[in-house]
Design a protein around this ligand. Structure first.
Ligand SMILES: [Zn+2]
Length: 154
């Protein structure tokens, strides 16, 4: 993952997507991706504007996040800006597709929400580490994918 220097941004300026892309010599799609990844922007009128201070903070956070490695029993906390353990080791698996999802827990340090992406296949491994609860939607997907689980219907 590329490392963008947050200090290239002037905090008292606003940037359109095109301008922000030019500062970093990246494609507009890269900046659009940052917006989807949580970079705040003003969307009341076009062109959308990104506050320099927000862009700088976003890239700083990203840098820290990229640098820090989470152990298997840790998840990255955006508020603490460091890997943290979920409170009581309790996490919920929220599926985003039939094979992938994320684990969501409460940071044991700041009580914020912490997340980690996980594949359905890795859940077994994670349940050895965490107390994983699987949402009802996922159970439904599991049952339809593995009909033999319902073998008590004769
Ligand atoms: Zn935290």
């Amino acid at each position: 993952m590329a490392n963008y220097n947050p200090n290239l941004v002037k905090i008292h300026r606003n940037y359109s997507i095109e301008e922000a892309a030019r500062v970093y010599g990246v494609h507009k799609n890269t900046v659009s991706h940052w917006l989807r990844a949580g970079l705040p922007y003003l969307n009341e009128r076009k062109p959308y504007l990104i506050l320099g201070a927000d862009l700088k903070q976003f890239l700083k956070d990203r840098r820290i996040k990229n640098k820090q490695h989470c152990d298997p029993d840790q998840m990255f906390c955006l508020r603490c800006k460091s890997p943290q353990k979920p409170a009581e080791g309790f996490v919920e698996y929220l599926p985003t597709s039939s094979t992938k999802g994320r684990l969501s827990g409460i940071c044991s340090t700041c009580d914020g929400i912490i997340n980690k992406y996980a594949s359905l296949a890795s859940l077994e491994r994670y349940s050895a580490i965490f107390d994983v609860s699987v949402s009802a939607a996922q159970k439904h997907i599991n049952n339809s994918a593995k009909p033999f689980l319902n073998s008590d219907t004769r």
